[in-house]
Each structure stands twice: as C-alpha cells, then as structure tokens.
Design a protein around this ligand. Sequence first.
Ligand code: URA
Length: 239
Amino acid sequence: MKLVKLIANLGYGSRKDVAWMFREGRITDAAGEVLYADDKVDPAQIHVDGEPLDPPPGLVLMMHKPLGVTCSRKDPGRVVYDLLPPRYRIREPALSTVGRLDRDTSGLLLFTDDGALLHRIISPKAEVTKVYEATLAQDLRGDETALFASGTLLLESETTPLAPAALEVLGPRHARLTVTEGRYHQVRRMFAATGNHVETLERVAVGALTLGELQPGAWRALDAEDVARLFAAAPARER
Ligand code: URA
C-alpha cells in the first residue's frame, strides 16, 4: 500500500492532508531523515512529527475501562474512544470493542480492527473465559454455584439456557464468576435470577490475560503473546 494511503487510513488526516505532511517534512524515518510519499519503507520505521507511527492494521488493545464511560462511538456522555488518541476513532479498518462492558462495569476491555480475531474471541464456541468480580446487595443464598454450573439457567425473556459458569464465593456478598458467553447484561441478570442485585462489577480477566498494572482509564497495545493468552485458561485468583 502507498504510504499516503497507509498513513491516512491510520487517522492522521485525509490523503491530501498526509501528502502535505510529506511536503512539510513531518514524516521521517527513525533516524529523522525526511521520507517521500513514494519511498518503500517498513511502517515500523516511520515517524510522524518525531513520534513512531501508530501500529498498522492488525491492532489489538486492552483498556482498563473505568466506570461511567460507555462502549460506543457516539453517545452524549463519555465513551471509551475518548480515552484513546482521537486518530484511533477514525482508523480504517475500524477499531471496534470486542463485545461491550456496561457503563457501570469496569475492567478489561479489548479493542481490535481484526474482524476474524474479534469473531474468534466472542464466538461462544471458542469458549474464551471472561472472569468477573461482583459485589452484591444481599448475601449469597448458597445454591448459586450449583445453579450457575448446571447449564440449565434460563434468563428472563430467553429461550436457550446459559452454558455452565463457575462461581467462586469470595465472601458473603462477594463472588468471582467465570463465563464463556457474552449475553446482554449477563452477569447482572444471572444474579438477578437468584433474587440478588449486583452492586459493583469488574472484569478482571479474559482467558489468561489480566489487567496487570494497568490503571483505570489506561490502555496498551497487545503483542502476539498477549493475544495467545486470551485463548488460554483463566488464571487462579491471586490471594
Ligand atoms: N455482564 C454484565 O451484566 N455486564 C457487563 O458489563 C458484562 C457482563
């Protein structure tokens, strides 16, 4: 792909804007040598205004989604894309969230521009585990672990029972739930089905990938090892 198109698709501006950026000498190699629009160069060597070019398509990010932001491109309130560089909202191919977390759920949120990877992660057949920690309004009854593991729990207004899910009780009103599906408001509705109410909800892992040191609102690009972790078993809880 021509450099102008590549850079424009990464959201740096229209092709006309990017052609001007070349003329202005703002696009260089890693050593600061000015590049020309028809140069043949590895994108990893390109700098724009002295900063490395954003990663080319095939991008996978994880964000520690804070509370109060919505997984949407357009919403009157704050959205997860507001936490990324503005260019990331207009990249081609588009950078999408991998599933969604509710506005009032925090934790590990993935983004990718790789449609096949996105499908592999969210497909129930892939059984990628999503691990949530919930605090509850009322004490657990005691039968939730068996009910969630049974594979027979039918959520309100649904016709297919949920796949078995693993509940670990961490306290009278505190639990860790591992699910392989991503149905609408799934965790809140599972606890609602037991007469309880989720007060706080955080996604702490997807597969074996955890938030690590990532603080709320922060994000980082994933490498191939991180992506492989998504398809590995969920880690045991650090106590
Ligand atoms: N389940 C929910 O209820 N909410 C989320 O955000 C994620 C899973």
